[in-house]
Design a protein around this ligand. Structure first.
Ligand SMILES: NC(=O)c1ccc[n+]([C@@H]2O[C@H](COP(=O)([O-])OP(=O)(O)OC[C@H]3O[C@@H](n4cnc5c(N)ncnc54)[C@H](O)[C@@H]3O)[C@@H](O)[C@H]2O)c1
Length: 315
């Protein structure tokens, strides 16, 4: 049995589905503050707070959990600067609560959701796992701090640093439902559908078309990496830290063009000022996950990623 915290959220729900399809029993633990009950697709769901160590330990024991995948967190960079206390409470204290519950219940295998935000603005791209941590946001700081504490905890851990999670399940069943939505692809798809305008934050960066380049990684590929990561731990394998990215980048304008092509609707753009702290280009070196887990993203074409996001787009 596996416990998935945050399994009613965007990435956690795709991982829960992939784990069950791979034959694992899963119990989801989520307070539904950002997630949706229907996204667990019938998996057992415990609705409780990650800070509730007692309920966590009880759930681990009652379900005879062997390993935990920890997605539950607050994950908006902007919000983390406005409400740092909330981020330290949920992301740091919540992870500490989970580690205590695991120790109490004798569970010592953990897959942890980290982020490329731990690197800040790197000196070079593609970004390797050994780059120093220089997070620019409280969000990135909380994840970097938890990577450090997990390394010291009595657990074998697979730590994944995701780049920009994107897309949705190709059958349209699961998708991205963040509120507020801050991710470019759903924002652009909604703007195209409504005949609205999207603001591009700066077009004078040192990139081929002047707009920022980011590494978009399909959420189904992320889910697949989690299946491989937890199976490595269950088989007695060692922990690891690995980037999960496609290894290449797409510019903002390339994304907007893909959204126009997929929706068949014109997408008006205005050029706004740069966002402070936005680096020109971020993309992963993703060889380590390939070497250690045999993981290779399948859906790397940006049109495919946008098409899947479009099929699953709700309100
Ligand atoms: N989306 C991305 O591009 C991205 C990139 C890097 C890392 N991550 C990390 O991946 C993980 C999942 O991200 P997501 O995009 O799926 O976010 P999400 O908000 O869709 O999912 C988070 C889930 O955690 C639950 N949750 C939040 N606080 C909780 C609490 N106190 N107790 C119990 N459950 C709680 C929410 O209800 C939600 O279902 C996070 O840890 C995030 O930091 C996401």
């Amino acid at each position: 049995m596996l416990l998935v915290t945050g399994g009613a959220g965007y990435i956690g729900s795709h991982a829960t589905r992939a784990l069950r399809e791979a034959g694992h029993d899963v119990v989801v633990y989520d307070d539904l503050s950002e997630g949706f009950e229907d996204a667990v697709l019938g998996a057992p769901l415990v609705v409780a707070d990650i800070l509730d160590t007692e309920t966590l330990a009880k759930t681990l024991r009652e379900h005879r959990v062997q390993a935990v995948l920890h997605f539950a967190a607050r994950c908006y960079v902007g919000e983390s600067m406005e409400k740092p206390d909330l981020y330290w409470r949920i992301n740091r204290d919540g992870t500490r609560s989970l580690l205590r519950a695991m120790e109490t219940a004798g569970v010592d295998k953990l897959v942890f959701s980290s982020t490329c935000a731990v690197y800040g603005i790197p000196d070079e791209v593609p970004m390797e796992e050994d780059l120093p941590h220089r997070p620019l946001s409280v969000y990135g700081e909380t994840k970097s701090a938890m990577e450090g504490e997990i390394a010291e905890a009595p657990v074998e851990a697979v730590v994944f640093r995701y780049f920009n999670a994107a897309g949705a399940s190709p059958d349209g069943v699961l998708g991205e439902r963040h509120d507020p939505e801050t991710h470019l692809i759903p924002l652009a798809l909604r703007a195209a559908r409504a005949g609205g305008t999207l603001t591009v934050n700066g077009d004078d960066y040192e990139t081929p078309d002047g707009t920022c380049i980011r590494d978009y990684i399909h959420v189904v590929d992320l889910a697949d990496a989690h299946v491989r990561g937890v199976e490595r731990l269950l088989a007695g394998g060692e922990g690891l830290t690995a980037n999960l990215g496609s290894g290449r980048g797409n510019s903002v304008l390339e994304i907007l063009d893909a959204c126009e092509a997929v929706t068949g609707k014109p997408l008006a753009r205005t050029i706004g000022p740069r966002r402070p702290g936005d680096p020109p280009a971020l993309y992963a070196r993703a060889d380590r996950a390939k070497d250690l887990l045999g993981w290779e993203p399948e859906h790397t074409d940006i049109r495919t990623i946008v098409d899947h996001a479009w099929r699953a787009l709700r309100d």
